[in-house]
Design a protein around this ligand. Structure first.
Ligand SMILES: *Cc1c(COP(=O)(O)O)cnc(C)c1O
Length: 358
C-alpha cells in the first residue's frame, strides 16, 4: 500500500473540546463538523465529541447521516435548506436550520411542516455573506414569532474579522443591540472569537478549527493557544536522487542546487491535497529531523533535501504535518490557511484516514 496516510488522534480532539468547555463553561458548545469535520471524518469525530450540545454541518445529507447513526443532539444546517423536500426532512428529523433569506421563510410557509421548525435567524452585522440586514430584524421577529410553523428562534451572526486586528467590536455592537431587546438565545462566536473575545461567547459557541488543533490566528500558533493538533499527515521516502550543483529537481526550474545534494522523493503530492504552492523551504520532518521541501510539488510526489541527513533512505518516515510540523506553518509557506489544507486532504479522497485513541 502507498505509505501516505492521515492519522487522527481522538485524544487530541477531546482535549481541545474539553478546553473549549472549560473556557466557555457558561455557553453551549456547537461543534462545527462541516467539510467532513474539517477533513477529520464526520462520523468518527461526532462519536468522540458526543458530549457536544450540538453539531453544525452544511448539508441535509450530513444531517441524515448523523441521525441514521443515532446522534440525537441538536444539529444545525449552517446554510439552512435549499428546497421544499429539505424543509420536510428537517421538520421530520428535528434538524435545526439557519434561515437567512426571505425565500426560505416562503418555503416554510408553503410546506407547512407538521412539526414546527427550530430556526437560527441569521443576521448580517457586517460580514455581508449570509443574513438579514439588522434593520429588518424587529419586523421579521414580529412576524416569525406568530408563525405556527416555527417554534424556537435563536439569533445568530458570524464575524468577519474575529481573527484580525479589527476584531469584532463593530459587528458585536450591532448584534447585541438586537439581542438585548429579546429573550431569544444568541449565537455568534467562532474559534477566534471564543479565544480572543470572551464577551462574545453568549448562549452558544461555534468552534470549528480549534477543535482540530489548528490556530485561527496568523500570529499565534496552536501551541501558543494550548491546542493539540489532531491530524498527522505522514508518508515515506520512496526514492533517492543525488544531484549536482546547478541541476534542478522535478517540473520547471523552481529550485536549482547550489551544491551537490541528496534529494528524497516523498509519496505525497497536490493530488492528495498537499498544497501545490508550498514554497522551497516549507518544513518537512524526516525520521524526526527537520528539513525542507524543495522544487515544485507534483501531483503524486514532492521533494525534500536530505543533504544533511546521511542516514535517510528509502522507507524513511516523513511527517508532512502533525506533532513536529504544524499545519499552520505549512499553510504559511503556501500562502493559505490551515483550514484549506486539512479540508483538501479529505476532499482528495486519496488519503486513508486512520484513527488512534478513539
Ligand atoms: C465554519 C463556521 C464556524 C466555525 O469557524 P472556525 O473559524 O472554524 O471556528 C462557525 N460559524 C459558522 C457560521 C461557520 O460557517
Amino acid at each position: 500500500m502507498r505509505p501516505l496516510k492521515a492519522t487522527i488522534d481522538h485524544k487530541a480532539l477531546l482535549f481541545n473540546f474539553n478546553y473549549i468547555k472549560k473556557i466557555a463553561s457558561k455557553s453551549k458548545v456547537m461543534s462545527v463538523l462541516k467539510a467532513n469535520a474539517y477533513g477529520h471524518n464526520l462520523l468518527d469525530v461526532a462519536k468522540t465529541l458526543i458530549n457536544s450540545d450540538g453539531f453544525a454541518i452544511l448539508s441535509i445529507e450530513e444531517a441524515l447521516l448523523l441521525r441514521k447513526n443515532d446522534f440525537n443532539q441538536s444539529i444545525l444546517l449552517l446554510e439552512g435548506f435549499f428546497d421544499k423536500d429539505e424543509v420536510k426532512i428537517a421538520s421530520k428529523l428535528r434538524i435545526n436550520v439557519v434561515v437567512h433569506n426571505q425565500r426560505q421563510i416562503d418555503l416554510i410557509d408553503q410546506v407547512k411542516p407538521d412539526i414546527p421548525l427550530n430556526i437560527h435567524l441569521k443576521i448580517n452585522t457586517g460580514m455581508n455573506r449570509l443574513g438579514f440586514p439588522s434593520s429588518e430584524v424587529d419586523y421579521l421577529l414580529e412576524s416569525l414569532s406568530s408563525n405556527s410553523y416555527i417554534e424556537d428562534i435563536t439569533l445568530m451572526t458570524h464575524f468577519a474579522t474575529a481573527d484580525e486586528k479589527e476584531g469584532i467590536d463593530k459587528q458585536f455592537k450591532v448584534f447585541t443591540q438586537i439581542t438585548d431587546n429579546y429573550n431569544h438565545s444568541a449565537s455568534a462566536a467562532n474559534s477566534a472569537a471564543i479565544l480572543k473575545f470572551p464577551e462574545s461567547r453568549l448562549d452558544w459557541v461555534r468552534p470549528g478549527i480549534m477543535l482540530y488543533g489548528l490556530s485561527p490566528f496568523q500570529d499565534k500558533t496552536a501551541q501558543d493557544l494550548g491546542l493539540k493538533p489532531a491530524m498527522a499527515l505522514t508518508s515515506e521516502i520512496i526514492a533517492l536522487q543525488d544531484i549536482k550543483s546547478g541541476e534542478s529537481v522535478g517540473y520547471g526550474l523552481d529550485f536549482i542546487a547550489k551544491q551537490n545534494m541528496k534529494i528524497g522523493i516523498v509519496a505525497c503530492g497536490y493530488g492528495d491535497g498537499y498544497p501545490r504552492h508550498a514554497k522551497n523551504g516549507t518544513p518537512v520532518s524526516v525520521d524526526g529531523n527537520l528539513t525542507c521541501l524543495i522544487g515544485r510539488v507534483s501531483m503524486d510526489m514532492l521533494y525534500v533535501d536530505l543533504s544533511n541527513l546521511p542516514d535517510a533512505q528509502i522507507g524513511s518516515q516523513v511527517e508532512l504535518w502533525g506533532e513536529s510540523i504544524s499545519v499552520d506553518s505549512v499553510a504559511q509557506f503556501s500562502g493559505t490557511v490551515g483550514y484549506e489544507l486539512v479540508c483538501a486532504i479529505s476532499a482528495s479522497q486519496r488519503v486513508p484516514l486512520r484513527n488512534i485513541n478513539a
